[in-house]
Structure formats: structure tokens, C-alpha cells
Ligand binder design. Structure first.
Ligand code: AMP
Ligand code: ZN
Ligand code: FE
Ligand code: FE
Length: 268
């Protein structure tokens, strides 16, 4: 079957592989296509556009907007939109700037805890346009403060921990309309991880699809979401939410969660 992994993070946001490295893996795994869904940036997709890609392989434009409902994180995926639009560029630059400002606050809070971390070191080791907590977590690992990024989140970076700083987020409505105005389709990411309230709200914001297949969705969740998507005539998407080898959502490899290419083509 022709399969697509529609949820992958590159080093344009908080993944570790470059678009070229991800493309190579996807081709090795015989995938029919992928979407880079970086947090608040299309830099990875634009870079991928400059790569030599075999004719049979499909690169769908993608993004994952970090949004929220009453303080709870909600992520909106966008696909197949015009990624070169100048108003999109302006919006994303603004979000990325605010992400940078937030890193300064996080580093300051860590310094107050006598951790010898610096913004230069956090940023210097990364080629990202969309800096976030995983980059700080990786620096804490390099400094030997924690043994892995999970420990960095658990001790310092999660909500309620001493170096947590809120991030500016666009509203769910805005994320959905930005994607749709650019000709794309908007999808609620990993709905199985959301509360009933956030789910009910988000599903009423004009989305075109839901991410039914995700590493953190169990069989019952998948079944429920699939039935819902069928009833509402929503596009069914899925992917690995891949960031780096052997981390994050467990031992996941690119392509191990995917959807049939035909289903996506039908939706375009
Ligand atoms: P940020 O966008 O800077 O708030 O960072 C959010 C990203 O950090 C998510 O997209 C995940 O990649 C990662 N993340 C969030 N929570 C955790 C956690 N508890 N453990 C490990 N990684 C996490
Ligand atoms: Zn991430
Ligand atoms: Fe997400
Ligand atoms: Fe993601």
C-alpha cells in the first residue's frame, strides 16, 4: 500500500533531523509521501522544496500551530496550503520572535537555580527557526544537569515546574482560518490527548479533519475518532509525530504510523 506519514518534525522546529535526512529515511522506508509539520514554521518545508525529490514521492506542505483552549494546549495541523504567502510569513515571524523572548526568560529562571546555562549555548547548537523547550532540554542534557530530555521536562520545563514560561499562542479559530484562507485543510492534532472540553470546542471551529492515527492513541480512541470522522465527513489523517530517534512518543520510526496516500489525494 502507498503510505504517508503526515506528522513529522524537522530541525526547522524541535526535531533533530534536517528535511534532507528525513526525506532519505522516508524513501528508504518506501513511503509514498510525507508532511513536515513543524511547530509554527514552514522553514523545513521550504527547504525540502529545494531538494531533489523522486517524481513518485509526494511532499505535502504542513505546519503544526500551537494553540490553546482555556489554558490547555491544542495543536492544529495544516496541510496543502500555500506556504509561500507573505502574510503567513509575517504571522510566523511574529510567533517565532515571541518564542525567542520566552527562551531568555527560561534561561534566566534556570540561572536563578544556579544552572550555568546561556541563551547563546541554547540557540548556538540549533538550526531552528522556531525555538522551544526541547532545545533548552537538550542543552540541559549537554550540561550534564539531567540524564535525558524527559528528566529536563519533568524537573524544570513542564507546566508548574520552576523554569516553565507560558508561550504566546494564536487562537484555535485563527489557526484554522489562516490555513483555510491559504487553500489548505485544517486538522485537529492528536485529539485523543485532549480533554473532553477542548475536544468539543475545537471540533466546532470549522476543521476539515482529525488526526485519528497517532502513537499515543489506543485502539479504542482510534475507533471512536474514526467513527466520528466518518459521520462528520472529515479527513482522516495520521502520523508519527516524529522528533528524534528513541524518544518522545517511545521508540517510533518514521512511517510506522501512516495513512493511505489515496485517502489524502481524494481530499486535496
Ligand atoms: P514548546 O512549543 O516550546 O512549548 O515545546 C513543546 C514541545 O516540547 C512539544 O511539541 C514536544 O515536542 C515537547 N514536549 C512537551 N511536553 C513534553 C514532555 N512532558 N516531555 C518531553 N517532551 C515534551
Ligand atoms: Zn515538538
Ligand atoms: Fe502536537
Ligand atoms: Fe507534533
Amino acid at each position: 500500500m502507498n503510505l504517508m506519514d503526515l506528522h513529522i518534525h524537522s530541525n526547522a522546529s524541535d526535531g533533530v533531523y534536517s528535511p534532507a535526512e528525513i526525506l532519505k529515511i522516508a524513501l528508504d522506508k518506501n513511503l509514498k509521501g510525507i508532511a513536515l509539520t513543524d511547530h509554527d514554521t514552514v522553514g523545513g518545508f521550504l527547504e525540502a522544496q529545494t531538494l531533489r525529490v523522486p517524481d513518485h514521492f509526494h511532499f505535502l506542505s504542513g505546519i503544526e500551530f500551537s494553540s490553546e483552549f482555556e489554558g490547555e494546549e491544542v495543536h492544529i495541523l495544516g496541510y496543502n496550503f500555500n506556504a509561500e504567502d507573505s502574510s503567513l510569513e509575517e504571522l510566523l515571524e511574529n510567533i517565532q520572535k515571541q518564542r525567542e523572548v520566552r527562551i531568555f526568560s527560561m534561561v534566566e529562571m534556570l540561572c536563578d537555580l544556579k544552572i550555568p546555562i546561556s541563551v547563546e549555548r541554547v540557540m548556538g547548537n540549533e538550526s531552528t527557526d522556531s525555538i522551544g523547550r526541547p532545545h533548552v532540554a537538550r542543552e540541559l542534557v549537554r550540561l550534564g544537569v539531567v540524564k535525558d530530555t524527559q528528566e529536563a521536562f519533568d524537573r524544570f520545563l513542564k507546566k508548574g515546574k520552576p523554569a516553565y514560561v507560558k508561550r504566546y499562542k494564536i487562537s484555535i479559530k485563527e489557526a484554522v482560518s489562516v490555513i483555510k484562507d491559504l487553500g489548505g485543510f485544517a486538522v485537529m492534532a492528536h485529539p485523543g490527548l485532549s480533554s473532553k472540553y477542548a475536544l468539543d470546542y475545537t471540533l466546532r471551529q470549522g476543521i476539515d479533519g482529525i488526526e485519528v492515527y497517532h502513537p499515543k492513541h489506543g485502539l479504542r480512541t482510534i475507533k471512536k475518532l474514526k467513527n466520528l470522522a466518518t459521520e462528520k465527513k472529515w479527513i482522516i489523517t495520521g502520523g508519527t509525530d516524529y522528533h528524534e530517534p528513541g524518544n518522545h512518543h517511545g521508540e517510533i520510526e518514521i512511517g510506522s504510523v501512516s495513512v493511505p496516500y489515496e485517502n489524502i489525494v481524494d481530499a486535496l
